[in-house]
Design a protein around this ligand. Structure first.
Ligand SMILES: [Zn+2]
Ligand SMILES: [Zn+2]
Ligand SMILES: [Zn+2]
Ligand SMILES: [Zn+2]
Length: 210
C-alpha cells in the first residue's frame, strides 16, 4: 500500500461516521487523505492531483468536496491574493514601478505563478503552504526579504518611504530606489523586458556590452 495510507490493522472504526468495523464491513482507504473509511463514506470518486493518475479514484466525502475544480481554483486565488496583500514591498508595487508600466512586472510574475500551480497542485491542496508559495513565486537567487535590512550599495536602512526594498534582477541583492535608477533586460535571468538592476550591475553590464 502507498506510504501515506493509514495501516489497515490499526484502524477499528470509520474515520468519518465512526462506524466500528466488524467482519461484515470492508475498510476503504481514501486515495487523497489516506485515512480509512466505511463503504458509505467513500461513495465518491475523484481525480487526485497528488497521485498523478488521471482516472477517478475512491475518496472520502470530505476530500471529494475539496477536490472539486471550483474549490481548487478558489484555494489558489485566495493564497495568491493573500500573498500579495501581506507583502507590498515584495512585488514592488507602489513607488515609481507601478506608475511606470504595471505590465512590466505582471508578465513575468504571472508566468511564474502559472508554473507554480502546475508543479505544486498536490501540495497546495493538502497543507496550504502559503509561505512556500511566497518563496517560490520569487526568483530563488533573490536575497530573502528577511535578510535585507539595508541597501546593498549605499547601506541605508530600508523603510516604506524614501528607501523601499527592491531587488536587483541581475544579482538579486536588496537595493534602494536611488541605487537602482536604471532598467534593462537581464536575459541570463530570463527577464526579457527592461527590469530593475542595481547601479553596480548596470555598470558591469555596460562594460560587457561595449
Ligand atoms: Zn463511515
Ligand atoms: Zn479523504
Ligand atoms: Zn541604496
Ligand atoms: Zn545588482
Amino acid at each position: 500500500a502507498p506510504s501515506y495510507w493509514v495501516p489497515n490493522k490499526d484502524v477499528h472504526e470509520c474515520s468519518s461516521c465512526k462506524l466500528v468495523f466488524g467482519s461484515e464491513h470492508s475498510k476503504h482507504h481514501c486515495r487523497a487523505c489516506g485515512y480509512i473509511f466505511c463503504d458509505t463514506c467513500t461513495t465518491h470518486r475523484a481525480t487526485v492531483p497528488l497521485l498523478d493518475i488521471k482516472t477517478p479514484e475512491r475518496v472520502c466525502d470530505k476530500c471529494y468536496d475539496k477536490l472539486q475544480p471550483s474549490t481548487l481554483s478558489s484555494v489558489f486565488q485566495n493564497n495568491y491574493v493573500h500573498t500579495q496583500k501581506t507583502n507590498p514591498s515584495e512585488y514592488e508595487t507602489g513607488g515609481s514601478d507601478s506608475s511606470a508600466d504595471p505590465n512590466l512586472y505582471h508578465i513575468p510574475m504571472s508566468r511564474r505563478f502559472v508554473e507554480l500551480v502546475t508543479n505544486n497542485v498536490g501540495r497546495v491542496m493538502y497543507d496550504y503552504p502559503i509561505k512556500h508559495i511566497k518563496e517560490s513565486t520569487r526568483p530563488n537567487y533573490w536575497r530573502p526579504d528577511s535578510e535585507c535590512h539595508s541597501c546593498f550599495i549605499c547601506k541605508h536602512r530600508f523603510n516604506n518611504t524614501t528607501h523601499r526594498l527592491h531587488h536587483c534582477r541581475k544579482c538579486g541583492e536588496g537595493i534602494c530606489d536611488t541605487c537602482s535608477p536604471n532598467k534593462r533586460p537581464v536575459p541570463e535571468r530570463e527577464w526579457f523586458t527592461p527590469e530593475r538592476v542595481c547601479k553596480s550591475c548596470d555598470e558591469a553590464m555596460d562594460k560587457i556590452e561595449q
